[in-house]
Structure formats: structure tokens, C-alpha cells
Design a protein around this ligand. Structure first.
Ligand code: HBI
Length: 393
């Protein structure tokens, strides 16, 4: 029995007529006080927060920041100029943005623009680090990993993508070797794409504000596909299925590679697909919730798959290639289906079996595993492990 539950029971018995307000007051004064920290979050340098340029890590940073503030910790974010979040303090750093890592080749060297935002951010962090207990890096860039031993304060690194380049692999593995506990991943499949020697593994999964998603028990005969429209996401397979089964496909996400999209349109002129653009969470969930399933047809090892937990929160089952992060999200046969990677035949078979899935179980899994509370607990536990060492990680 965890301490919280133990206290609830004890207080209820003590009060005889349990009064929720009294319970929570007594629980607070009876729970041993948690240590409160001063946290410095350093954002991705590929775009200002709030523009969507930072992709999934932007949402993760926002959710974790909110959770840490909600738990009483002090927090400051350092991010590129133009980053504005209404209720979170952000120090904006000027300079030239970093190229997205996905656009580079595995053997490419490190790219640093002149007057680099990334370098300017970490210059600033060096100036203020002593005011904080822990620095948390959210960038998938060589520099912050390389700088780890040069800082007085411990740096925790959230690794936001799977292995993409030799140079970044090398520096991540070096941090993993010299600073146990410093690396956090979204999934163990993602962690395995780096060297197997990284131990201990901190798997943080991810989380969303479940309250933003409305459950839909009765879907329309349509499917959803959400993601950056770019070759590594394998949209063409979802369009091929839509054509083969003649089921409408609603496509949402940032149009990153227009040539790739134009080729899909040329190859499948009669597929019943509709591209709806990059939508806000509110708009996106209005569409997704009415779909029979979300298709995940990615070619690369997705680190996690935020769109999967967003769909589950709406009660929408996932039909995904058995590859990367979604393998750790989808309960095969219960909240969706995992199929042989790159097999459109298997995708079709899984879509034909969607009637076997109970949509309430999809919502329930999101509430249990991917809520903001669950995300905050996992990050707080990781930070506690690092800080409990009381030595540099
Ligand atoms: N590329 N260079 C670089 N640095 C990042 O932090 C970065 C990126 N590409 C994508 C990205 N971060 C985020 O969208 C992750 O959530 C994938």
C-alpha cells in the first residue's frame, strides 16, 4: 500500500466521517515533506516554443514544466527568442536556430551556425547554473551532451529521438558511461538504438492532459493518420490501405516534405484521403475521436509516438507497425494491433478486426499510464535519483 493510500485510510478511520478537505489537509501535514528543487529546463534550439517547430519535445517540455510547478518546485526555462508560454517563465535567447537533426545524414559531422542559438543558450546556462539544483536538457544536439562534464551542476538529458547520427550517438554513449542516470528515454526500443551498454535505463514514456481529449464510443467509418509528412513516417502505406479498403483517411500534421506528398498524390490519385493541415490539439482531437482507428506506418524507430496516446485518450484504437515506441504503447489485441512492419496486407487484416477492440479500454489505458500525473511521477522519480546521488552524475 503506498503512503498516500495508507494516509487516506488512516485519516478516514480517524475522522470517522471522512471529510475530503480535512483528509487532504491532514495528509499534507502528515506526509513527510518532499524536497523542493530549483530546476533549469533548456529547450530544443530548432524553434521558438509555441510555434510547433520543436515538434513533440515542445509538448513534453510544457507538460513536465507544468507538473514540476504544480508539485511546488521552482522552475526556469531557457529557450530561443520568440518562445512565449502564458503561465511559465521563459528566458529567451537570440541567435540562429539549429538545423533539425532528421535532415542530416548519419555520417555527417556536427553543424553549428554562426551566432548559434544553441551555443548562446548554453553560454547563458553556464552563467546561472549555480542558482539551480538540476539542469534538464531537452535538445537532441551534440553540444549539451558534450558539455556535461564541464558544468558544476548535474545535467539530466531527455533523449527525444532514436539514433540518427554517429557523432550524437558517440557523445550520448559517453555521457551514459560517465554519468549514470543522466540519460532519460521515451521507450526501451528507442534506448536500444544507441549502444546497449547504457545502464541504468530511465524510461519516461510520455504523457498528455487527458482532459483535453473527449471519448467517442461510436466512430465513423474513417481512419486517421497524424504526423510530420516526411518519408520516415511512411504515409504512403496508410494511403495505399485507404485506397485498397476504400475507407476515408483523415491526414493531419505538418507538411515537411512537399515533394514526398506530391508523389503520394500522384501515385494514389483515387484514394479517398483528405489532408487537413497541422491542427491544434483541440481541432485534431475533434477529428480523431470519430475515427475507427489511428494508423501508424512509420519507417524509422519512433522514439515514442505521442499521437498514439492522444488517440487512445479519445478511445481510438491504434493499428501500428511493430516498430519502436508504439510497441510499448499498444496492448496488442486489446487497445489496437501491432503488425509486421511495412506489410500493407497485415495493416488491412488488422483494420478488418477493429470490431474486436473495446474503445473504453483504450481510454482507460490513457488515463492509467499516460496522464500528466503519471508523467510527472516518472520525471520526479528520475530527478530524485540524480539529486539523491549528491555527486555529479
Ligand atoms: N533537431 N537538431 C535538432 N535538435 C532538436 O532538439 C530536435 C531536432 N529535431 C526534432 C526535435 N528536436 C523534436 O521535434 C523531437 O521531439 C523529435
Amino acid at each position: 500500500m503506498d503512503l498516500g493510500l495508507y494516509l487516506d485510510v488512516t485519516i478516514s478511520v480517524y475522522l470517522k466521517c471522512p471529510n475530503p478537505l480535512k483528509i487532504s489537509y491532514l495528509k499534507n501535514i502528515m506526509t513527510p515533506s518532499r524536497k523542493l528543487w530549483k530546476l533549469l529546463f533548456v529547450s530544443t534550439p530548432v524553434g521558438a516554443l509555441g510555434t510547433g517547430l520543436g515538434g513533440g519535445v515542445e509538448l513534453t517540455l510544457y507538460n513536465v514544466a507544468q507538473q514540476m510547478l504544480h508539485r511546488g518546485h521552482k522552475l526556469q526555462i531557457v529557450a530561443p527568442v520568440g518562445s512565449i508560454w502564458k503561465d511559465i517563465p521563459i528566458i529567451q535567447i537570440p541567435g540562429n536556430l539549429q538545423t533539425i537533426a532528421q535532415s542530416q545524414k548519419r555520417a555527417d559531422g556536427i553543424v553549428m551556425a554562426d551566432n548559434s542559438t544553441l551555443a548562446n543558450m548554453w553560454d547563458y546556462v553556464r552563467e546561472i547554473e549555480c542558482d539551480y539544483n538540476l539542469i534538464v536538457n531537452f535538445a537532441y544536439d551534440w553540444l549539451p551532451f558534450y558539455l556535461t562534464p564541464f558544468f558544476k551542476k548535474p545535467i539530466a538529458h531527455l533523449v527525444s529521438m532514436s539514433s540518427l547520427s554517429n557523432a550524437i550517438d558517440e557523445v550520448i554513449e559517453k555521457v551514459g558511461k560517465n554519468f549514470p542516470h543522466a540519460l532519460g528515454f521515451h521507450s526501451s526500443y528507442q534506448a536500444e538504438t544507441f549502444s546497449g551498454s547504457i545502464q541504468p535505463l530511465h524510461i519516461l514514456s510520455n504523457g498528455i492532459d487527458i482532459a483535453l481529449y473527449d471519448f467517442c464510443p461510436q466512430p465513423k467509418k474513417q481512419l486517421a493518420w497524424i504526423g510530420r509528412i516526411s518519408p520516415e513516417k511512411g504515409l504512403e502505406d496508410a494511403v495505399a490501405l485507404s485506397r485498397k479498403m476504400n475507407i476515408p483517411l483523415k491526414i493531419m500534421g505538418k507538411l515537411q516534405d512537399k515533394y514526398y506528398w506530391q508523389k503520394i498524390c500522384r501515385d494514389y490519385p483515387h484514394a479517398p484521403v483528405e489532408y487537413l493541415g497541422f491542427l491544434s490539439t483541440k481541432e485534431m482531437q475533434k477529428i480523431v475521436r470519430e475515427c475507427s482507428a489511428l494508423l501508424m506506418t512509420h519507417r524509422w524507430v519512433e522514439a515514442f509516438g505521442n499521437v498514439a496516446i492522444e488517440a487512445l485518450a479519445c478511445g481510438v484504437p491504434i493499428v501500428s507497425y511493430r516498430r519502436g515506441g508504439p510497441k510499448e504503447i499498444v496492448q496488442d489485441g486489446k487497445t489496437g494491433f501491432l503488425v509486421t512492419p511495412d506489410s500493407i496486407t497485415d495493416l488491412v487484416d488488422a483494420v478488418s478486426r477493429l470490431g474486436e477492440i473495446n474503445r473504453y479500454q483504450c481510454r482507460q489505458q490513457a488515463e492509467m499510464e499516460f496522464s500528466l500525473e503519471a508523467l510527472g511521477n516518472r520525471f520526479e522519480k528520475w530527478f530524485e535519483t540524480i539529486l539523491a546521488l549528491e555527486i555529479k552524475i
